[in-house]
Write a protein that binds this ligand. Structure first.
Ligand code: SF4
Length: 115
């Protein structure tokens, strides 16, 4: 699923008023979407200097979600009105490519309108 038009019934008053202000200021249409961020793992070997998310495999706070946990988080997002999954994660040195293939397949099976 992609973008959808602003709808006051699906948006908090605070966000709604900011969107309305932006629309007035620019004179253009304002669109937004509601997405669920799914970050399968924060384990990352890149160690970018700007990053506060990535962790070394053995660091405290390092995590990797099982696929069932990801599907649960996706379902929670859908029940809260998400129309898109935003999937970003660390560069895990040991996760097999099949993990990612199964992640996408599993989401597509469960939420065929997404992705
Ligand atoms: S998670 Fe992304 S930004 Fe952070 S260290 Fe890894 S590649 Fe860099």
């Amino acid at each position: 699923m992609g973008w959808r038009s602003f709808n006051r019934t699906t948006c908090s008053p605070s966000v709604g008023s900011r969107i309305t202000s932006a629309k007035s200021a620019t004179g253009t249409s304002v669109i937004f979407n509601v997405n669920r961020h799914i970050n399968p793992t924060n384990v990352c070997v890149a160690h970018c200097k700007l990053c506060a998310f990535g962790r070394s495999p053995d660091s405290p706070g390092a995590y990797t979600f099982a696929l069932d946990e990801i599907y649960l988080r996706a379902a929670q997002g859908v029940s809260e009105g998400a129309t898109e999954f935003h999937i970003v994660g660390g560069l895990h040195p040991d996760l097999p490519f099949d993990y990612y293939l199964n992640l996408i397949r599993g989401l597509k099976q469960r939420f065929p309108r997404f992705i």
